[in-house]
Design a protein around this ligand. Structure first.
Ligand SMILES: Nc1ncnc2c1ncn2[C@@H]1O[C@H](COP(=O)(O)OP(=O)(O)OP(=O)(O)O)[C@@H](O)[C@H]1O
Ligand SMILES: [Mg+2]
Length: 487
């Protein structure tokens, strides 16, 4: 749950990014393929159109050349070709003649009679009778990369009297195709940008409800039960948002039910604990009270001296003292959790508190060793209560080593510098598994004179400080109690 809440999608892994990139790539691919198709088509169309115009011009020329040819009027022939002679830039590029690079008329035996154009193209005609004219009115031959030639026969009454040869340049058409291509590329770029923009907007529109769901889920994760998100439209994301809202309400109801049940449980558990505690307390007080009662009854019996002897007085005093101890420890235990925190140098504090138990330790032949950590931060503690807690742990340690031993006090700070740890170790009898589970229960004791409230009080004090107490595993004989206090 925690890891899900902390999980943050990297932008390049986000759904919006993936969908946008996919649609942009798709648009680019489509525009590219369409452009290729169009360019190919335009080039083919333009070439066909140019050939048609070339053939038309050659045919027209061959018709017009019939008469001058029959009369062998070279002057008339040249006049015919004059129309192609005008310099290119003066020719209207759209005009029919604008595409003619050179033109030649041949008479009988392929003799060149008239020619206009660059000398480069002036030449005799290779015998065109060798060409396959079957059904064709014109022959189209490639010349250079941008020029092709059209050759048509000049026919009079089915008799072939000569040929017309014209060179058609593609230069102007190629220019036109290029400018058309430029326009098309511009349009493709515009369409691509439009497509990208639309795809980004659509992606945002479709992904947005998902982002709302994620935010809503995070809010629920933070404990804002019943979080609702906007539902717009009727598509699947709107359905998801609607389902999320329903789930959120149900979760809230379920959570409140669990909370109510928990509160009920806690209340009944508390009552149970109070009942158990009172029963224990009554039981603990009943023993010394019974023994006092028996003493007094014996004193009142006929034949009795009416006074307590030395031994009886001692017994009654012990019982009263025990009751007094039980009640005063109970008062400490039951005291309201009011603590007065102040910043404390924990090493100095521990030395001071444990120092008070030194005389007792010396009589019990117990050595006290101190292992303070350097540079410990100050810890906020209630000095009086913490003294009670550490004192109880020291007393337990002393009581666990009737034949002497060693008490080691160790302080340290954990890696993240959030807690100070205090270890109180002894080399005593150790604690059995069976005892461990009852250790912090009130009135649990294995000692004859113990009240069993010592560790309960320690536990309560550490809890009030927001800390923790636990039993550490120990290889050698003995016990280690470990206290964690927040810095
Ligand atoms: N350092 C220790 N070594 C071995 N056993 C321990 C140690 N500390 C506690 N115990 C066990 O835990 C029991 C409960 O301890 P707790 O301090 O709560 O009560 P107590 O010491 O018996 O009574 P009181 O504290 O009133 O004198 C003890 O009776 C003892 O069996
Ligand atoms: Mg004790």
């Amino acid at each position: 749950m925690e890891s899900v809440a902390r999980f943050k999608t990297r932008w390049y892994l986000s759904l919006a990014f993936k969908v946008s990139v996919t649609s942009i790539l798709l648009i680019l691919f489509l525009i590219f393929v369409l452009s290729l198709f169009f360019f190919n088509h335009i080039e083919k169309e333009s070439e066909a159109e140019l050939r048609k115009r070339g053939v038309y011009l050659a045919m027209a020329l061959s018709h017009q050349a019939v008469e001058p040819l029959l009369y062998e009027d070279l002057f008339a022939l040249y006049r015919l070709l004059d129309v192609f002679k005008i310099k290119k830039e003066e020719k209207a590029p759209e005009s029919e003649e604008g595409i003619v690079e050179y033109a030649a008329v041949y008479g009988r035996e392929e003799k060149l009679l008239a020619f206009v154009g660059k000398d480069l193209y002036r030449k005799e005609l290779e015998d065109p009778s060798g060409f396959d004219w079957s059904g064709k009115e014109a022959l189209i031959l490639p010349k250079t990369s941008i020029i092709f030639e059209v050759i048509t026969p000049i026919v009079v009454n089915t008799m072939q009297v000569g040929y017309v040869r014209i060179g058609i340049t593609r230069a102007y058409h190629l220019k036109q195709v290029r400018s058309l291509k430029r326009e098309l590329w511009g349009m493709a770029a515009f369409l691509t940008m439009l497509g990208v923009l639309v795809s980004l907007l659509m992606t945002r529109r479709y992904i947005l409800p998902l982002l709302h769901v994620i935010r809503g889920a995070k809010n629920i994760g933070k404990g804002k039960w019943g979080t609702q998100i906007q539902v717009k439209g009727r598509d699947e994301t709107a359905e998801l948002a609607g389902t999320f809202n329903e789930m959120s309400v149900k979760l809230k109801e379920a959570f409140e039910r669990v909370q109510r049940t928990q509160e009920k449980l806690i209340r009944s558990e508390k009552l149970n604990a109070i009942g158990k505690f009172s029963a224990n307390l009554a039981h603990e007080l009943k023993n010394p009270l019974t023994s006092i009662k028996l003493c007094i009854q014996a004193m009142n019996e006929p034949g009795s001296s009416g006074v307590l002897d030395m031994e009886e007085r001692e017994m009654v005093l012990n019982d009263v003292q025990r009751m007094d101890e039980i009640i005063s420890r109970f008062l400490v235990y039951a005291a309201p959790p009011r603590i007065h925190l102040s910043p404390v140098d924990i090493n100095a504090f521990l030395e001071e508190v444990t120092g008070k138990y030194r005389p007792r330790m010396e009589t019990a032949r117990i050595r006290l060793k101190f292992f303070p950590a350097v540079d410990l931060p100050l810890v906020f503690v209630d000095r009086r209560k913490m003294e009670e807690a550490v004192g109880n742990l020291c007393l337990n340690a002393i009581q666990a080593m009737p034949d002497g031993g060693e008490i080691r006090i160790r302080t340290s700070i954990n890696g993240s510098e959030e807690d100070v740890e205090i270890d109180i170790e002894d080399t005593g009898e150790g604690i059995d598994e069976t005892i461990r589970e009852h250790l912090f229960e009130p009135f649990y004791t294995t000692r004859k004179k113990g009240t069993g409230l010592g560790l309960s009080i320690v536990y309560q004090i550490i809890q009030e400080h927001g800390g923790e107490i636990s039993l550490k595993d120990k290889k050698e004989k003995g016990t280690i109690f470990s206290i964690l206090l927040p810095v």
